[in-house]
Design a protein around this ligand. Structure first.
Ligand SMILES: Cc1cc2nc3c(=O)[nH]c(=O)nc-3n(C[C@H](O)[C@H](O)[C@H](O)COP(=O)(O)OP(=O)(O)OC[C@H]3O[C@@H](n4cnc5c(N)ncnc54)[C@H](O)[C@@H]3O)c2cc1C
Length: 427
């Protein structure tokens, strides 16, 4: 297996263009606009659409998609290098046509949608004329899909959906949801659920309230109630009972893309930390001269670089095997490590900024909260650690005897037996 830490010169030039474009044109949007997902916001469209056109001209639109869907078919390594720049800005993924959850939902529709559904939902989604929602978590539990209770039952030519969903992000702006519902309650645990396209304007699709994170009074995470929602038979995605297989289409890519963008956010905090260390004087010298500040900078740099290498290697393995299941262990490791690196670096940056660090005049408080979000959305850290450990343990077996295979007295005795005829040792 060969390793290559260089970027092709042509792609490097694209990255340099992305970097300056995001800093100069996209980051300022974060300070004047509300949500990247509110496609009905005229102010947003006025500022975002021309930038999206520039990205298309530059052939950088929706790079995660295959060319037949209007993308560039970039592999994950290229996407990683690109996403770590986009991660700096809230609006950048939308400007580059790769925002979650639309990117993953588009992949699902491309794979499982009928031609008619692709025309109605996929094309406008790819063009960012509409946005979408992934509706899976329920109020009684998210980390354990076995407790999901929302039902979809066949009635004549329709499916009828009843139940509640929690934290269905962006439902308030979405034209459709991809909704997971129990179709086969008596099947094996991972064969009970199926995935459906539910148009947002279908009667019975109700938002109970839009829950916020942190101190947002109203947010973008819908508490939803599906009440006798009737959708045509063909709105089932994949086969009945295939819900997890369908969901996996988006989750593998989604998780690694979050990690790539997290690197961008963490680097932003790190850059601010270093700048502040060189700018602020106390007790007769700049902060950068204090050893405990130096330690914070050194630890942060090491942790970011370690994490970035893990992400890039995982991206490289996805490109190589083209099978998320084969790279499940690596993706779980990335997902589990992401909130920790994010949190640890950001709290150091916050601390070095002193009182200013805890105010909304700096990004750190929001970033600390975001680090917790990264440890929950797409599954909590604990569950990913469980997956990782289980996958690792598959390559091991229990010791045959009473003592471990590394028990030194037994190893020594075996070594003595092995060399007995060449050296004089007592067995
Ligand atoms: C900002 C944000 C956006 C989200 N967007 C969406 C979305 O668009 N669509 C959607 O469907 N969902 C979404 N979610 C929900 C997310 O997927 C769930 O929060 C997550 O799966 C955890 O479910 P839960 O919140 O019900 O926590 P629970 O399942 O109640 O778990 C609570 C805690 O228990 C612990 N725990 C759970 N299981 C185990 C275990 N096996 N071993 C040890 N400890 C464990 C963990 O500490 C965990 O955090 C979003 C969440 C957030 C925070």
């Amino acid at each position: 297996m060969s390793w290559d830490f260089e970027t092709e010169p042509e792609f490097q030039r694209q990255l340099e263009w992305i970097e300056q474009f995001v800093r100069a044109e996209v980051e300022p949007l974060d300070y004047v606009l509300e949500s990247p997902y509110d496609v009905r916001d005229e102010k947003r469209n006025k500022l975002v659409r021309p930038l999206q056109a520039e990205v298309r001209k530059r052939k950088l639109w929706a790079c995660h998609l295959e060319p037949e869907l209007g993308g560039q078919g970039y592999g994950q390594v290229k996407l990683a290098l690109m996403n770590e720049i986009l991660g700096r800005s809230r609006f950048a993924p939308t400007v580059f046509g790769c925002q979650a959850p639309d990117s993953g939902n588009a992949e699902i529709l491309a794979k499982y949608g009928t031609p008619e559904q692709k025309k109605r939902f996929l094309q406008p989604l790819l063009d960012n004329e509409i946005v979408s929602c992934f509706s899976m978590t329920e109020p009684q539990g998210g980390a354990d899909p076995k407790v999901f209770a929302t039902r979809a039952e066949p009635h004549g030519d329709d499916w009828v959906i009843n139940g509640e969903k929690w934290f269905s992000s962006n439902a308030r702006w979405a034209s459709f949801m991809i909704t997971m519902a129990v179709t086969d309650p008596d099947a094996a645990p991972y064969r009970k659920l199926s995935a459906f396209i539910v148009p947002a304007d279908a009667p019975g699709v109700n938002i109970v309230r839009n829950v916020g994170v942190g101190d947002e009074p109203e947010g973008s995470h819908a508490y939803m109630r599906y009440q006798d929602v009737r959708i045509p038979k063909d709105h089932l995605l994949g086969n009945r009972g295939d819900g997890f297989v369908v969901a996996q289409t988006r989750l593998g890519g989604g998780r690694i893309h979050h990690a790539m963008r997290t690197i961008g956010q963490v680097r932003r905090a790190f850059d601010l930390m270093c700048e502040r260390a060189l700018s602020r004087n106390t007790q007769g010298s700049v902060l950068a001269d204090k050893q405990m500040v130096q330690e914070k900078i050194a630890d942060s740099w090491i942790e970011i670089e370690q994490f970035r290498l893990l992400v890039l290697r995982t991206a490289w393995r996805i490109d190589r095997y083209k099978d998320y299941l084969k790279v499940r262990k690596d993706i779980s490791a990335v997902k589990a490590q992401m909130p920790k690196v994010f949190h640890d670096v950001v709290v150091r940056a916050l601390q070095i900024h002193g009182s200013l660090g805890v105010t909304p005049e700096m990004p750190f408080v929001d970033q600390v909260l975001e680090s917790f979000v990264m440890g929950l959305a797409d599954g909590p850290t604990e569950v990913h650690k469980i997956t990782l450990a289980r996958q690792i343990l598959r390559d091991y077996k229990p010791a045959a005897g009473l003592f471990p295979t590394g028990h030194i007295p037994a190893l020594r005795a075996a070594a003595i037996r092995k060399f007995a005829d060449r050296i004089e040792l007592e067995v």
